[in-house]
Every structure is written in C-alpha cells, then in structure tokens.
Design a protein around this ligand. Structure first.
Ligand code: HEM
Ligand SMILES: *[C@@H]1O[C@H](CO)[C@@H](O)[C@H](O)[C@H]1NC(C)=O
Ligand SMILES: *[C@@H]1O[C@H](CO)[C@@H](O)[C@H](O)[C@H]1NC(C)=O
Ligand SMILES: *[C@@H]1O[C@H](CO)[C@@H](O)[C@H](O)[C@H]1NC(C)=O
Length: 343
C-alpha cells in the first residue's frame, strides 16, 4: 500500500474519532514500518553504501572456486566457525598480536585445518579499492559462504544473505574449544552445541549436509573410526586406511587430507545424506545423525526428497549467519580483516 493512502487513512481516523479505524490504521502503519525480518540485519544493506559490494564478492568467489572448489568449502566452514564463536563477527580472522597472542584461529578446531584466510583478504582488498572502510569482514564471510553454496551447487542452493554485521575486537583461542564440538561427538553433544546457539536439531541435521564438499585431515577421524571398531563402511575404511597413517596426528607433518563426500566430492548436493545412510561418511558426528529416530527420519527425507535439503539448507545458513551479530557500538568495520582498527 502506498504511503499516501496510509497518511489519508491516518487523517480520516483521527478526524472522525472512530476507534476501530484508528486501531486499524496503527496496525497498518506498524506493518508498513516494521523492521527487517532479519533484524538487525537487512537484505541489500550495501545497496547505497557500496552498490557493487555483493557483485565484487561473487566475482572473486567465482574465480577462486573455478581454480579450486576447496575454496568454496573453506568459506562455508569458516562461516560456521565464525558464527559459533563470539557470533558472526569475523573474530576468526584476527591474527596474533602482542596484546592478543592466541586468537581463535590458533585454536585446535581451526588450526591447522581451517583455510581460506587469503581468499577473504583478496575479497577485502577488492572491496577496499571500491568502497574504503564500508564492508565488514563479517559480512564478507557471510556473502562468500552464500556464493560458494550457489556455485558448488550449480545454482540449486541459491539465497539472499542479509547483511549489516560489524566486526568484533576480541578473539581468544579458548573460545572455539567451548563452542565447536569435535568430530568424535555423539548426538546429544552435537545437539547441545547447536541449541546453545539458538539452532535446532533440524538445523544440525541440515547444516551437517555441508560435509558434501571439501576435505578432512586424517587425524579428524582415524582414532575413532579406523583404529577401533566402528560402523564405517568396510570399503570406505579400506580406502581411508590406504591414505591415512594409523597414528595420524594433527599438525604432525604426516596428516594427509581426503574428500568428505567420496561420491560427488565437489558438488553441493544431498549426496551427504545418502552417504550417511550407507555408512560412507568420515566422522562419528556424521554417523551420529542415525542414532535417534527423529534425526534418522530427517536424514532419510534429505536423502530421498528432491529439493528438500536445498530449501532447508538455504534457510539454516541465513539463520546461522545471524547468530549474535554485532551492531552499533559493539563493533567496527575493519580495514584489514586480520587486525582490529585503532583510532
Ligand atoms: C555439527 C558439527 C560439526 C562437526 C563436528 C564438524 C567437523 C568437521 C571436521 C573435523 C572437518 C575436517 C577438518 C579437517 O580435518 O580438515 C570439517 C570439515 C568441513 N566442515 Fe564441518 N563440522 C560440523 C558442522 C559443520 C557445519 C555446520 C558446516 C557448515 C554449514 C560445516 C562445513 C564443513 C566444510 C565445508 C568442511 C570442509 C572444509 C574444507 O574443505 O576446508 N561443518 N568439519
Ligand atoms: C584467553 O583465555 C585464557 C583462558 O581462558 C585466559 O587465560 C586469557 O587471559 C585470555 N586472553 C585474553 C586476551 O582474554
Ligand atoms: C555423549 O558423550 C559425552 C562425552 O562427550 C558423554 O558424557 C555422554 O554420556 C554421551 N551421551 C550418550 C547419550 O552417549
Ligand atoms: C607414526 O608411526 C610411524 C610408524 O608406525 C612412525 O614412524 C611415526 O613416527 C609415527 N608418527 C607419530 C606422529 O607418532
């Protein structure tokens, strides 16, 4: 409804003193002026501040994924590790300094496995050239993860990403250990880790589907999946044993990587759920999705119903990307994603 007709109704309501009409008018005004459904984020946040922002991110991501699809997997995982720790505030990107010698990126859930930092630098560099000091690093991660999902799924996972996140100024390596549970986790620990961040059991099942792309180091699954009896498919186990040292240790110098999804390694699709059903997944945390009737049912739906997972993944990514976002005095727009601004 155009605002002029709302204004006319408001005049009519006050002059005629009709309580019902007045109430209706207020209701209409409330609807017309309501905040973004993504509050405090909004779609098209950079529409006026930096109109090219989203196109720039997309162009860099397209090129990077063309060179190596792992670049897409990297930023999708980065969004998860950013948002679950201190909220989606790019605290994951901060480098060590004398005042903050052990930031999140040095914590075991991130180091040495998390990748994509140089790619974020490249995007930031392009954005600073176009619109200096405008686009936050936290929004860059969110846009990049959205674009990665779109490219890796050949357009089947396609969604708008609201923006307006500010970058945080605090990062501590002890925090990721509190909020990012290890791949050896059982279902109850996985669910708890999602619920404390306002994410549901279904979000857990749906977002775990991101393990349809990317890689894993052997150390992330050897001790609990290969070295001891597990439900892992014997064919996959044999393949993994041929690739991984039996004592694979993170950061040891002998910790090779393997693909997450052995069927369609670079495609963002629902193959992950068919892999869960055939026990052809790497982690205890993946296999755990079959250990309750509720989550097992969701796995089957995601595996079998075309488009089911894609629809839910789009919404769950936007939801995850809104965890504990910072606005106003809570944050800043960093000039360099690796360091906080000093004024
Ligand atoms: C539910 C609990 C989760 C656990 C325990 C978990 C654990 C892991 C582990 C251990 C790796 C391999 C790291 C390595 O050794 O290189 C990995 C990779 C990955 N994870 Fe997760 N993850 C979880 C949820 C998620 C979520 C919610 C997302 C995103 C929506 C995600 C996206 C990815 C991606 C894309 C990779 C591949 C990264 C690359 O290729 O660099 N994961 N995850
Ligand atoms: C980071 O956390 C550790 C352990 O909780 C603590 O000892 C240290 O002081 C923290 N560092 C900062 C900069 O807050
Ligand atoms: C899940 O694992 C935790 C340890 O991380 C353990 O305390 C808990 O009892 C386990 N829950 C179930 C249901 O096995
Ligand atoms: C792993 O085992 C091999 C031989 O079995 C040994 O040479 C190597 O030092 C071990 N590596 C670690 C990190 O323990």
């Amino acid at each position: 409804m155009p605002s002029t007709s709302l204004a006319n109704m408001a005049t009519a309501a006050t002059s005629s003193k009709m309580p019902v009409l007045a109430a209706l008018t207020l209701l209409l005004l409330a609807v017309a002026c309501r905040a973004s459904p993504y509050y405090p984020l909004e779609l098209g946040y950079y529409r006026y501040k930096c109109p090219q922002a989203e196109a720039i991110v997309k162009a860099v991501m397209e090129k990077a994924i063309g060179q190596n699809p792992g670049n897409g997997a990297a930023v999708i995982r980065m969004l998860f590790h950013d948002c679950f720790v201190e909220g989606c505030d790019a605290s994951i990107l901060l480098d060590p300094t004398p005042f903050s010698p052990t930031p999140e990126k040095l914590s075991p859930p991130n180091n040495p496995s998390l990748r994509g930092f140089e790619l974020i630098d490249a995007i930031k560099h392009a954005l600073e050239a176009a619109c200096p000091g405008v686009v936050s690093c936290a929004d860059i991660i969110a846009f990049a993860a959205r674009d990665a999902s779109c490219f890796l799924s050949h357009g089947r996972v396609s969604f708008d990403m609201p923006a307006g996140r500010l970058d945080g100024t605090f990062s501590n390596a002890s925090e990721p250990l509190k909020f990012l549970v290890p791949p050896t986790s059982n279902l109850s620990d996985l669910i708890s880790s999602f619920v404390v961040k306002g994410m549901s059991v279904e979000d857990l099942v749906v977002l775990s589907g991101a393990h349809t792309v990317g890689q894993s180091h052997c150390s992330s699954f050897v001790s609990d999946r290969l070295d001891v009896p597990s439900d892992i498919n014997p064919g996959l186990a044999g393949f993994l044993r041929s690739r991984c040292p039996a004592n694979a240790t993170s950061g040891s110098g002998d910790d090779p990587t393997v693909v997450q999804d052995v069927v369609t390694p670079n495609d963002m699709d629902s193959q992950y759920y068919r892999n869960v059903l055939s026990h052809t997944v790497l982690f205890t945390s993946d296999a755990a999705l079959l250990t309750s009737p509720e989550t097992a049912k969701m796995v089957v739906e995601n595996a079998k119903i075309p488009g089911w997972w894609e629809d839910r993944f789009e919404k769950a990514m936007v939801k995850m990307a809104s965890i504990e976002v910072k606005t106003g005095y809570q944050g800043q727009v960093r000039k360099n994603c690796r360091a906080i601004n000093h004024y």
